[in-house]
Design a protein around this ligand. Structure first.
Ligand code: HEC
Ligand code: HEC
Length: 252
């Protein structure tokens, strides 16, 4: 057999194999399992785990950033806010902008799928209905001096402030919420959301249970956030730009 005969034989064999039974080759994708273009993925679980779970936790809790799997959070935030935070991120914080129009990787359809999925999975219908819950957002100016008293009344049994050691007066408390590095990474709005909705995954109570039996008022939450914001340093050891440019110092 010369080289030419060998080649055409090999070619014939190869085409037989290819036409007859290639789907039996190991590794050949099963029908329906073809790789999807990343911008075509609209499945919530996949979008969430690829883009959000590192910061907001695998099941929407126990992450470093606010728990999204908290029905109280889902009850106070509206769809437009969710959509715009996911699309545009929160300037001056670690929350990235995901919309392609804002330099991210997700299409509008994918952002809609995320908003819908967050609701379907983690909102409970009618939750907090009738409860006297402070609104998610406020335009009111807070009174920082009064906010410090609010901290004493509602938060100081668990949290220390500034660089106070956790073990004070024989009682071990949890983190300092006026720690410069913490405040540098979080917006006033997110503090407000955490104070109202709590972090049930971490054992931080909601606005009704910081002092059981005495829910916080809208004004108290606003003043408390103003006080916490007043403790924010401009550059706590890191090269953050001035507050006003980043929005971190934005008034609520
Ligand atoms: C690199 C970390 C990181 C990733 C990734 C991330 N987030 Fe965030 N996210 C944050 C931080 C930090 C905040 C708080 C921002 C602030 O201080 O305002 C936040 C805030 C939010 C808020 C607003 C919370 C509030 O205060 O009302 C929503 C909603 C949100 N993220 C959803 C998502 C979704 C959905 C994804 C995935 C598409 C995602 N995030 C990915 C870190 C992240
Ligand atoms: C019953 C104890 C308790 C009370 C009361 C309490 N917290 Fe917390 N808080 C916690 C625990 C536990 C955590 C999670 C561990 C940590 O960060 O120290 C936490 C975390 C936080 C966080 C960080 C959450 C995050 O996701 O970044 C903030 C902000 C916070 N608390 C603010 C407050 C404020 C403001 C008050 C008063 C209105 C308050 N806490 C009252 C126990 C409490």
């Amino acid at each position: 057999m010369n080289a030419r005969q060998f080649l055409s034989g090999a070619f014939l064999l190869a085409s037989l194999v290819l036409t007859a039974g290639c789907e039996r080759f190991p590794g050949y994708p099963h029908p329906g399992s073809e790789a999807m273009r990343p911008d075509e993925v609209t499945d919530f679980s996949r979008l969430y785990s690829q883009n959000c779970s590192a910061c907001h936790g695998a099941d929407g809790q126990y992450g470093p950033a606010i728990a999204l799997a908290n029905p109280e959070y889902q009850a106070i935030v509206d769809d437009n806010t969710l959509r715009s935070v996911i699309a545009n991120g929160e300037q001056g914080t670690l929350m990235p902008a995901f919309a392609q129009s804002a330099g991210g990787m997700l299409t509008d359809a994918q952002i809609d799928a995320l908003v819908k999925g967050l609701r379907q999975r983690w909102a409970r219908s009618g939750y907090l209905q009738g409860a006297d819950v402070p609104p998610y957002k406020t335009d009111k100016q807070g009174d920082a001096a009064h906010g410090q008293q609010v901290f004493q009344a509602y938060c100081s049994r668990c949290h220390v402030t500034g660089t106070q050691p956790l073990n004070t007066g024989g009682k071990t408390k949890t983190s300092s919420i006026t720690d410069g590095s913490y405040l540098a990474l979080i917006s006033d709005q997110s503090l407000r959301a955490i104070i109202i909705a709590g972090r049930p995954d971490l054992g931080h109570p909601d606005w009704r249970n910081a002092q059981p039996g005495h829910a916080m008022s809208d004004q108290e939450v606003t003043d408390l956030v103003a006080w916490m914001a007043s403790q924010r340093q401009q550059t706590p050891g890191q090269p953050y730009p001035a507050q006003d440019e980043t929005g971190r110092g934005k008034k609520l």
